[in-house]
Design a protein around this ligand. Structure first.
Ligand code: NAD
Length: 497
């Protein structure tokens, strides 16, 4: 049996923890490997190595750090295919989609190679007579990243390059459901010349997460996952004095206005709802049909949902692959059952989908509900599967209110040709990432990624300028040199002049 190890102090190790967890190939339903589940002694070893590495790494000039990241970037490019294959093997998503994930992660590395530029402080000459002031941003120390199963390369790369470029050491605790990519990433950082202990991987489940949250040697925790766990991570991490950014789940709505280009809108919705089998935090799971567009929208969507090409992720001609585990498949199917019981109209039913030759794979077909209302479980829960719910509303104001009343606020979009409506939407909607005729408005690496409301706990979004702020603390320095004007002891609050 292939065992997926930790990477501590630059070395692959099975560590001290005795527990193991099965890792499946979702397309076949078979156990492909086992991952070690670390315990507190494994975390202790990683923190000790990081503490040692931090002494030199934090003193390494940003330009030198950036040069390592340039090499990381090249290695990621060269090994894109291998990384994508590792993602597909354990997550199940289509290989071409996995390649896209690697590219979006690589772009954060590219942004982080600007370390000397992004770490520049501000300088003000002559804040008072003979006195100058400047600011600098310094690393926090050891940062941990706790990541979800659905982007095993991209989400760790939202965090690690930013933490490392800014002079921190980084410990990754990936999802135990698809952990192989984390080991490849650690190997790539090492091969690029990153000193041992600066990027490490500790494998584990909730016990490892809680050990991280309580460890006094870790200064910051960057988390991405579901909302209940994000809340827990934020509460426990901050109670232990850590800086925490915890990105949670989502229920992303797209408003479809009657004046939209229906054909393009349907293309956009199908990709955004069913791509990666709906296992994306930015997936569109609710289409809000405004006025008389609803009937034609549902007709077009139902045709497309029924004709999705579903199969193993290794075949790029497929539109979507399986769900990640049998448990997740049972949960998604159960929610579809509830939707039917609670009175939604099931237009396309993906339950019971069986792929010939892959009978034990965790597959479900594309599912579409119409006439969904806000009291139904399929509206309230984040399904995280290929299930699109259509809610009908009479006008734009009701659509906007629906989104703003929803507890989540990750991504949202509007499809319209009308500038006034689009402007009213972007201005008034309560969500962190907004698209106008763009279904999945994931910000590029040089902007920052994050939601509002129950989709993010903490003060900072991920990567881009917000990532720099999260992984550094500000220091303001005020200087006066002996030759400057002196006025003797001052007992009042200093003011300029
Ligand atoms: P999850 O919350 O189950 O797991 C995330 C991480 O938390 C994993 O590393 C896991 O080991 C750990 N964990 C799980 N249960 C825990 C517990 N009880 N105590 C402590 N730690 C625990 O999420 P997932 O199923 O891996 O990923 C899917 C979720 O992530 C969805 O809700 C999705 O919306 C969300 N997500 C959000 C974003 C975003 O940017 N907002 C991005 C990707 C995924």
């Amino acid at each position: 049996m292939n065992i997926i190890p930790h990477v501590i102090g630059g070395v692959h190790t099975e560590g001290q923890g005795a527990r193991r967890s099965d890792v499946f190939n979702p397309a076949t339903g078979e156990v492909a490997s086992q991952v070690v589940l670390g315990d507190r002694s494994d975390l202790e070893a990683a923190v000790t190595a990081a503490k040692q590495a931090f002494v030199k790494w934090s003193e390494t000039p940003p330009l030198t750090r950036a040069r390592v990241l340039f090499k990381v970037r090249d290695l990621l490019e060269a090994r894109r295919d291998e990384l994508a294959s590792a993602i597909t093997a354990e997550h199940g998503k289509i290989h071409s989609d996995a390649l896209g994930e690697v590219t979006r992660g690589l772009e954060v590395v590219e942004f982080a190679t600007a370390a000397p530029e992004i770490l520049k402080g501000e300088f003000t000459e002559q804040v008072s007579r003979g006195i100058d002031a400047y600011t600098m941003r310094q690393p926090l120390g050891i940062a941990a990243g706790i990541t979800p199963f659905n982007f095993p390369v991209m989400v760790p790369l939202w965090m690690a390059p930013m933490a490392i470029a800014t002079g921190n050491c980084f410990i990754l605790k990936p999802s135990e459901r698809d952990p192989s990519a984390s080991v490849l990433l650690a190997d790539i950082f090492k091969e690029a010349g990153l000193p041992d202990g600066v990027f490490q991987v500790v494998q584990g489940d909730k016990d490892m997460v809680n050990a991280i949250l309580e460890h006094p040697g870790i200064q910051a925790v960057s988390f991405v996952g579901s909302t209940p766990i994000a809340k827990h991570v934020y509460a426990i991490g901050t109670a232990h004095g850590k800086r925490v950014q915890a990105l949670g789940g989502a229920k992303n709505h797209a408003i479809v206005m009657p004046d939209c280009d229906l054909e393009k809108t349907v293309d956009a919705l199908v990709g955004a709802a069913y791509g990666s089998a709906g296992e994306r935090c930015m997936a569109i799971s609710v289409a809000v049909a405004v006025g008389d567009v609803a009937d034609s929208l549902v007709d077009a969507l139902s045709e497309r949902a029924r004709n999705l090409k579903i199969g193993a992720g290794t075949d790029n001609s497929n539109d979507m692959g399986p769900l990640v585990t049998a448990q997740h498949l049972a949960r998604v199917s159960g929610l579809v059952d509830q939707g039917v019981e609670q009175g939604a109209t099931l237009v396309a039913d993906g339950r019971g989908f069986v792929l010939s030759g892959h009978e034990k794979g965790f597959f479900i077909g594309g599912t579409l509900f119409d006439n969904v209302t806000t009291d139904m479980a399929i509206y309230q829960e984040e399904i995280f599967g290929p299930v699109l719910c259509v809610v009908r509303v009479p006008d734009f104001a009701s659509a906007l209110k629906l989104i703003n009343d929803n507890p989540y606020g990750n991504g949202t979009a509007i499809f319209t040709r009308d500038g006034d409506t689009a402007r009213a939407f972007t201005h008034g909607v309560k969500a962190g990432m907004v698209g106008v005729n763009v279904p999945i408005p994931v910000p590029m690496a040089f902007h920052s990624f994050g939601g509002w409301k129950d989709s993010l706990f903490g003060d900072h979004h991920m990567h881009g300028p917000e990532g720099v702020r999260f992984f550094t603390r500000l220091k303001a320095v005020t200087t006066r040199w002996p030759e400057g004007i002196r006025s003797g002891a001052e007992f009042v609050m200093p003011t300029h002049g």
